[in-house]
Ligand binder design. Structure first.
Ligand code: KG4
Ligand code: ZN
Length: 349
């Protein structure tokens, strides 16, 4: 099955063409094309994403990127079976640009295909399946699984009985972990988005420099909270200022490393607790923050210690991309689930 996928939920305009095989029992995928155009440069002067600017950029970029994909489809005479588009969660004006574009090409170019509306978080959830071309995972070794989805908008822990059946165990009560990274990045005068920047500078820092709080770590639930941790960093910086200390490179590295360690200690501890308590065979890490090598290393180390298999997407598929939306569409189509094709900014998983 060939899937043409579109993602415009936030600040990345992306098209992908993927091939899915094996059905729900043995799903495997090959990415034929995945183009991601990031709007970071447009939004960074504002220190965050401006929804209407995102919409404007998507409207400009969608036809340009599509031309490239169309050429590829025509040259290789690819028959499109599904058109997948993200319907939420995300920024409503941004979501609509992708949805309207998908509806148009469905009508004008591929009337015999099926249009599938995809939940963006499900895209992240399945992104680990985008390993090597047609890599055959063995579902009996994966499920039951615990999935930790960490992005700019979400911090969610799921229990998966099998590839299509899951239960939400917990989520953040306030800021998403990626959001906290971006806000702390701003406090430390780092460029937007703060996540990758904090990882970079933290490499030179001492993670024991400040003992920041590990919110909710020992609470007997699977929820998270990162707003208090973020505020602790703010208070620490205010105290430094009062003492007349200058925020130099060294200090920034130490604070970034301490903050990163505090945030990830909670994620790793609670994910492992869930995996142990629910006898999971594997832990799946996904979402933009999964691009963080320190988090991947720490979580994998604990999984290995506990004889739990660790999965994370290849680096290209951590942050937003359309390939993962294509994978989710393939699975959703086979599952027979139909969704209303309209923007749903607060769609839940
Ligand atoms: O999944 P994603 O591209 O978009 C959402 O669905 O939100 O995630 C973006 C988030 C941003 O908050 C960004 O700072 C964070 O992922 N991020 C990282 C890293 N790379 C991206 N956070 C920590 N370390 C990274 N290396
Ligand atoms: Zn995302």
């Amino acid at each position: 099955m060939n899937v043409l996928a579109i993602e415009t939920s936030c600040d990345e305009t992306s098209f992908a063409l993927i091939k899915g095989e094996g059905g729900l029992k043995n799903p495997k995928f090959k990415v034929l094309k995945n183009i991601v155009l990031s709007q970071i440069k447009v939004h960074s002067p504002f220190g965050g994403i401006v929804p209407n600017l995102a919409k404007r950029e998507h409207l400009t970029n969608l036809p340009i990127l599509y031309q490239k994909v169309e050429k590829f489809i025509k040259n290789r005479k690819i028959n499109i079976d599904l058109i997948a588009v993200t319907i939420g969660p995300g920024l409503e004006p941004a979501l609509w640009t992708g949805i309207n574009f998908a509806k148009n090409i469905h009508k004008e170019k591929f009337p015999h295909s099926q249009l599938v509306g995809v939940n963006h978080i499900e895209g992240h959830l399945y992104s680990f399946l985008l390993g090597k071309d047609f890599y055959q995972f063995n579902p009996s070794k994966i499920y039951p699984a615990i999935a930790l989805i960490v992005s700019g908008g979400h911090t969610i822990l799921l229990y998966l009985k099998d590839i299509i059946t899951w239960k939400k165990l917990g989520e953040t009560k306030d800021d998403a972990v990626g959001e906290a990274f971006d806000k702390v990045g701003r406090m430390l005068n780092l460029p937007y988005p703060g996540g990758p920047e904090i990882e970079k500078v933290a490499k030179k820092g001492n993670s024991d420099f400040v003992n920041f709080p590990r919110p909710m770590i020992y609470q007997k639930n699977y929820d998270f909270s990162f707003s208090g941790l973020k505020t602790s960093v703010l208070y620490f910086l205010q105290d430094l200022k009062k003492e007349g200390k200058k925020l130099d490179e060294n200090l920034i590295a130490n604070i970034a490393a301490s903050f990163q360690k505090a945030a990830f200690d909670v994620l790793v501890y609670k994910t492992l607790k869930a995996a142990q308590n629910l006898n999971a065979k594997s832990v799946i890490l996904a979402g933009g923050v999964a691009a963080n090598k320190f988090l991947r290393k720490e979580l994998k180390k604990e999984c290995v210690k506990n004889k739990i298999i660790f999965f994370a997407p290849p680096f290209d598929f951590n942050t937003d991309n359309a390939a993962m939306i294509g994978v989710a569409a393939y699975i959703q189509y086979l599952k027979g689930k139909k969704r209303r094709i309209s923007a749903q900014a607060n769609l839940e998983i």
